[in-house]
Design a binder for this molecule. Structure first.
Ligand SMILES: Cc1cc2nc3c(=O)[nH]c(=O)nc-3n(C[C@H](O)[C@H](O)[C@H](O)COP(=O)(O)O)c2cc1C
Length: 213
């Protein structure tokens, strides 16, 4: 493994559970692949502009094709950069809060840049076809309440949404680590952290598998 792309989407910076746990995943991957280069994108605090007019019209086919649109400053060029970054990553680590049952809007903005028709996915007669190679994606999710297990009182659109989004571009090797009930006190947080640490040990590849990845 040579490259790890680490994306975070919480506005809470260092206080964020999803940032911290995703950082832990990156550390554990680097213990297994010490030479790996980590590209960090902290969209949660730095932000990411939404797609712009040129992008919208180009994808909708409502403007004549402008070949140089991909080189001009703007979100087609941004999209190209973000897709190239993803293509270069042997593993992707995402730290994200649950916001209103799904991903925060800044992560949705990243998705809008990265899922681009005729670039990261194409079409067959029956369905969309992913154009990127599969690779592991480790997703640390923090949520104030619970969405699985006893006492879960809310839907989870985040997990199936990310599965569908990555599958669209050809990436199916997803692993979720959920830190639920973060607002329910220290004991609940400690229990959630124990759960994800145990899962991490099971889910990460062995050093031998990483060497060939
Ligand atoms: C705008 C907003 C929406 C939220 N929506 C949900 C939600 O739908 N379900 C939930 O369990 N927690 C929700 N929360 C709480 C966060 O998921 C929780 O505080 C989580 O720990 C934040 O992740 P972080 O620690 O990585 O910042 C929401 C928080 C914010 C700010």
């Amino acid at each position: 493994m040579n490259n790890i792309l680490h994306i975070t989407a919480s506005p809470r910076g260092k206080a964020s559970f999803s940032v911290n746990f995703s950082e832990r995943i990156v550390e554990r991957l680097r213990e297994r692949a010490p030479g790996a280069i980590v590209v960090r994108r902290d969209f949660g605090t730095i932000g990411l502009p939404h797609i712009d007019e040129t992008y919208g019209h180009t994808l909708a086919g409502s403007w004549p094709q402008q070949p140089d649109a991909y080189e001009r400053p703007g979100s087609l060029a941004q999209s190209e950069r973000l897709i190239c970054e993803l293509e270069a990553a042997d593993a992707v680590v995402i730290g994200t809060p649950m916001h209103n049952y799904t991903v925060p809007s800044v992560l949705k903005a990243w998705i809008d840049h990265v899922l681009r028709a005729h670039r990261s996915f194409g079409f067959s007669a029956e369905r969309k076809v992913g154009l990127l190679a599969d690779r592991p994606v480790y997703v640390a999710v923090a949520s104030g309440g619970g969405y699985t297990g006893e006492g879960a009182r809310q839907p989870d659109f985040l997990t199936p949404y990310l599965e569908a989004v990555f599958a669209t571009i050809g990436i199916r090797d997803l692993h979720f680590f959920s830190l639920q009930r973060t607002v329910m006190g220290d004991a609940a947080v400690a229990q959630a952290l124990r759960g994800v640490e145990d899962l991490l040990e099971q889910k990460l590849p062995s050093p031998m598998n990483l060497a060939t990845a």
